[in-house]
Design a protein around this ligand. Structure first.
Ligand SMILES: Cc1cc2nc3c(=O)[nH]c(=O)nc-3n(C[C@H](O)[C@H](O)[C@H](O)COP(=O)(O)OP(=O)(O)OC[C@H]3O[C@@H](n4cnc5c(N)ncnc54)[C@H](O)[C@@H]3O)c2cc1C
Length: 495
């Protein structure tokens, strides 16, 4: 096989992570479960400095009414956050505004002059950093990232999934897979970013990573479904050891089918490695894409392997972000089919009972009970999240055993779903706002890196929004309602 050619083929523009030349993230994000303790004081303390100096009294009043009000989940967000989200969501849901923004972001992601280079033009740097960067990214260095993690936790989130935005350029014929020195440098860069992520994360958080971020040689091995080289193996083990020592967890992203089976092989290998050091706890999570028809069978196969080897399987379930580049026949025919698959797998894992969607693998020993599993429901879909939470509430009420469960959404996206979850939709609806039976562990996926390193990531967020205009409009409405609620509260106080 000609590696250059296969990499080029592999580099067709995907919807979520790729655009332009083949860039591969070196590391990525994380999330996990948590205790719900919203801190209104913290919410008030982070309001926009810029706005504070312009309209100090009015902003103070609007922040005051942001203090805890069970009927308004977004009340816990600082006003600056609501205003910024509203601005960005308004642009994202208007195609005539979004298109020029995408064009601009694309130019900034690939600067041709110092004027358009965000790291060299201080005015541009300031502007981007205070707006879209602040909305979707966690910080440029350790203190900024840790500040963002603290802010997120003060809002009631259990923690974060922390990912590094830096991308490694591969697949352009510049790197030979047989140049061992270059290959090792790529792996070293990946390991450095991953270890930095582990260092910045706090106990219980997740550090997200991509195996393809280890460079050209790793991509070739994954494509051919071969085991990692000795050098790559040592690097991944170092990442595993560091995460175990810190009490964090590793989340391996799902990618295109060209490499995904190889990624899964590697994840299973390191799940097994970590489980010997953290028995009973999933430390490495594999990501499964519910839009693939094969996903229930893949999960069942992995459950049988974990059952055989006696460890807890780590499952992060997403719908999947590569529809535009995958072979269509691999994917369910309709969005509704994907939804049914997603919710069916979640139901089976939460109840630890195989069902009509998740059937046991041929080599599973117990054909009824799903073996121990840790689950991350990574979605912005309100219905899926509500269904899962409803199952958990019933389990709590009936005093049934519950698996380790976390929910995750991207920073700056679907805040209304995240905040509703933190409040526990159904508890509130049933009039038990203060005594939640089931406190959901909600995480936000934060991406860190310099403003320039994050430009590719920001461009992809903008592109993703072009495909989710309906959901963007929902978020925009929720933010508008929240702003209106605060304004009415201020007017009521004044009168
Ligand atoms: C925390 C987090 C981590 C993520 N990590 C990854 C990752 O590692 N790998 C990855 O691939 N993605 C990842 N994603 C992205 C994810 O796969 C989805 O693209 C994104 O979340 C939108 O799906 P949804 O469930 O949030 O929302 P929804 O709007 O309910 O679902 C949209 C999704 O439905 C599916 N779909 C849409 N139309 C059709 C159709 N006609 N037929 C079949 N299916 C259809 C697609 O998967 C589409 O993305 C992540 C998302 C989150 C929130």
């Amino acid at each position: 096989m000609n590696p250059t050619r296969t990499l080029r083929a592999f580099s067709k523009p995907p919807s979520y992570l790729l655009i332009h030349p083949r860039h591969v993230s070196t590391t990525k994000t994380t999330k996990s479960s948590a205790v719900v303790t919203a801190s209104p004081a913290a919410a008030g303390s982070t309001a926009s400095n810029v706005l504070q100096t312009t309209f100090p009294q009015q902003i103070e009043s609007l922040n005051d009414v942001a203090k805890p009000q069970p009927e308004s989940p977004l009340a816990k967000l600082p006003l600056s956050n609501v205003l910024r989200s509203l601005l960005i969501l308004s642009v994202s849901s208007a195609p005539f505004l979004l298109k020029p923004c995408i064009y601009t972001l694309s130019a900034l992601a690939h600067p041709k002059t110092a004027l358009t280079d965000v790291d060299r033009n201080p005015v541009l740097h300031w502007l981007i950093k205070k707006t879209i960067y602040k909305q979707f990214n966690a910080g440029e260095n350790k203190s900024e990232v840790q500040g963002s993690i603290t802010e997120i936790k003060n809002l009631g989130f259990r923690g974060v999934l922390l990912g590094y935005a830096r991308e490694v350029l591969t697949g352009e014929g510049k790197t030979s897979t047989h140049d061992e020195k270059v290959a090792q440098q790529e792996v070293d860069a990946w390991l450095k970013g991953t270890l930095q992520g582990v260092e910045m994360a706090t106990e219980g958080d997740f550090v997200a990573l991509k195996f393809t971020g280890m460079g050209t040689q790793a991509v070739e091995l994954l494509q051919k479904r071969l085991p990692p080289s000795e050098y790559i193996d040592a690097a991944i083990r170092k990442a595993c050891d560091a995460t175990i020592a810190k009490g964090t967890r590793l989340l391996v992203d799902a990618e295109e089918q060209a490499v995904q089976p190889g990624i899964e092989d590697w994840v299973m290998r390191y799940q097994n490695y970590c489980s010997q050091q953290t028995p009973g706890r999933a430390t490495v999570y594999c990501t499964y894409q519910a839009y693939l028809k094969s996903t229930p069978a893949t999960i069942a196969k992995h459950l049988a392997m974990s059952e055989r080897d006696g460890y807890t399987l780590g499952v992060k379930l997403v719908r999947g972000a590569y529809m535009k580049i995958e072979q269509r026949h691999l994917i369910w025919d309709t969005k509704e089919d994907t939804d049914i698959c997603y919710d069916g797998v979640v139901e089976a894992l939460l109840n630890r009972r195989y069902n009509s969607m998740l059937a046991p693998a041929v080599d599973s020993v117990d054909k009824q009970t799903v073996p121990p599993v840790g689950l991350i429901i990574a979605t912005h879909n309100r219905e899926s999240v509500q269904k899962a939470h409803s199952i958990r509430l019933n389990q709590a009420k009936e005093n049934l055993p519950r698996i380790e469960l976390s929910y995750a959404q991207l920073q700056g996206m679907a805040d209304e779903v995240s905040c509703d979850l933190i409040n526990g939709f159904e508890d509130a609806a049933r009039g038990h706002p203060h005594q939640a039976l089931e406190l959901p562990n909600v995480y936000k996926l934060l991406t860190w890196g310099s403003v320039q390193e994050c430009m590719g990531f920001l461009l992809r967020r903008a592109l993703e929004n072009t495909e989710a205009v309906a959901r963007t409009k929902d978020s925009q409405r929720a933010m508008m309602t929240e702003l209106w609620r605060r304004m009415k509260a201020v007017l009521t106080i004044k009168n």
